[in-house]
Design a protein around this ligand. Sequence first.
Ligand code: NDP
Length: 293
Amino acid sequence: MKLIDGKKTAAKIREEIKAEVAQIIDNNDSAPHLAAILVGDDPASDTYVSHKEKDCKSVGIISSVYRLGKHTTEKELLDTIDFINNDEEIHGLIVQLPLPDHIDMNRVISYIDPVKDVDGFHPLNIGKMTIGQSTYLPATPYGIMELLKRYEIDTSGKHCVILGRSNIVGTPMSILLSRKSDPGNATVTMCHSQTKNLKEITRSADIIIAAIGQPEFVTKDMVKKDAVIIDVGIHRIPSDKTKSGFRLIGDVKFDEVAKNASAITPVPGGVGPMTRVALLLNTLKAFKRTRGL
Ligand code: NDP
């Protein structure tokens, strides 16, 4: 069994980005710049945005965070987006989700300038991804595609079962893997809460991508021998064995599934770090587009 090490791979990609950013600055250009908008005081969102700031800093990308109060109106948020859309010094813009209930998320996403939409959530960018045009890929699927590529996991002609159909993971993953590309060219089955005979389907999979948000849902009896397992799930569970009092587990029961798999991502240290680095890749891409590169 091969462990697909997302932490190590992400560290390598960060080094590559850092070198490229250093080269840009050496050429007397300004560094790429990512802006994040955070609305409200959700602690998890606050943590995610802090991680993004730290990640940018680690590779020399400039980051700015616009913190707006939880009573910010939709109009005020759209005005802030408008301001950033028009700032030529800012190359990438993300709005941290979820947004407070009184704000229409879809309207907000559609308001971001597609050329700065480094989350890849704008309908225009989703459309481009779907028809195979160059664009920003949503971070988690992008990170998974990089892992498959760098670990030389052959997806062509393989049966790939994706558990989950969310707009940020399952759906884009199914599109990317079924595209005529490498990685890609897979025969994809996307499963969701209404899927019948789930176990029968997963047992026929050469590759399983688990993104259903159910702790340790995928067990050994659901996996055929030598399948490749990509575990997207992240769940915090109490633990008396760690200093923090909790530990992280995925959507896959790692210990037993790993015995049957030919390759598998761990949690933590698998898809999570790759999701983080994918945002940096998209920000660098956004910068390069403004320079015609
Ligand atoms: P969502 O909750 O948006 O989607 C879950 C999907 O799983 C839905 O399509 C749902 O079906 C399906 N589902 C739920 N229960 C079952 C079941 N019993 N059988 C079959 N299908 C089921 O999740 P996300 O895609 O946002 O996230 C999935 C997991 O990945 C979460 O644990 C999340 O924390 C984690 N995550 C990790 C990231 C990382 O960087 N590692 C990034 C993003 C997410 P239906 O559509 O019918 O409701």
